[in-house]
Design a protein around this ligand. Structure first.
Ligand code: DX5
Ligand code: ZN
Length: 220
């Protein structure tokens, strides 16, 4: 069953020189923080690692959802736990059989999520959905914030929702990329319960109002 919607701002769109202030601004309005780790290999961009995550952990009690866009995310699981991450998500494109990495994440004391890119079909993750606490359906090709929401992923999102509901699982479904007040409704209707939003929150004139607008758009 679909759960109450949760908003997960992606700090990628925040001002990194004022990260603590940016987080403090929206902290009471949101449900978790989405942290994008990129290594310049799996995606053509570099972001942040342990030192920044540890610093974030010191300024907020929000759960940290760490999206690993790296080639060897398994190498970092213990360090991520140590830095204060709650749930680590890895790409099915990196681990076509994620059984081993799921076990390693659990051993490290982390929640485990599986991410699927726009071109990757539902069938790639279907056998592994039960391994995960969360399935992340990418609604942009990963690597950069500020891209447009891809409606073409909605049928896949619906299939993930149907699978989870018919198997009686309580797995969360997160949607990541291009989410804002104008796109969140479609993602909600297709079955998502966690909404990552970077640009639409941190680049808005008022991030708090932006979050409230997103909640309003799906409170029917
Ligand atoms: C893209 C990242 C996203 C991104 C979302 O590679 O995984 O989490 O920060 O940013 P917006 O909301 O700007 O699309
Ligand atoms: Zn992300």
């Amino acid at each position: 069953m679909i759960k109450a919607p949760r908003i997960a701002p992606s700090i990628l769109a925040a001002d990194f020189a004022r990260l603590g202030e940016e987080i403090a601004l929206i902290e009471d309005e949101v449900d978790l923080l989405h942290v994008d780790v990129m290594d310049g290999h799996f995606v053509p961009n570099l972001t942040i690692g342990m030192p920044v995550i540890s610093s974030i952990r010191r300024v907020t009690d929000l759960p940290i959802d760490c999206h690993l866009m790296t080639l060897n995310p398994d190498f970092y699981l213990e360090d991520l736990k140590e830095a204060g991450v709650d749930i680590a998500t890895v790409h099915i494109e990196v681990f076509p059989d994620p059984n081993k990495v799921a076990g390693e994440a659990r051993e490290a004391g982390l929640g485990f999520g599986l991410v699927v890119n726009p071109p990757t079909p539902f069938e790639a993750i279907e056998p592994f959905i039960e391994l995960a606490d969360m399935i992340v359906v990418m609604s942009v090709n990963p690597g950069f914030g500020g891209q447009g929401f891809m409606e073409s992923v909605l049928p896949k999102l619906e299939r993930v929702r149907k699978f989870i509901d018919s198997a009686g699982l309580s797995t969360d479904i997160e949607v990541d990329g291009g989410i804002g007040p104008n796109t969140i409704g479609q993602a909600r209707d297709a079955g998502a319960d966690i909404f990552v939003a970077g640009t639409s929150v941190f680049r808005a004139p008022n991030p708090v109002i932006a979050v409230q607008e997103m909640r309003a758009a799906i409170s029917r």
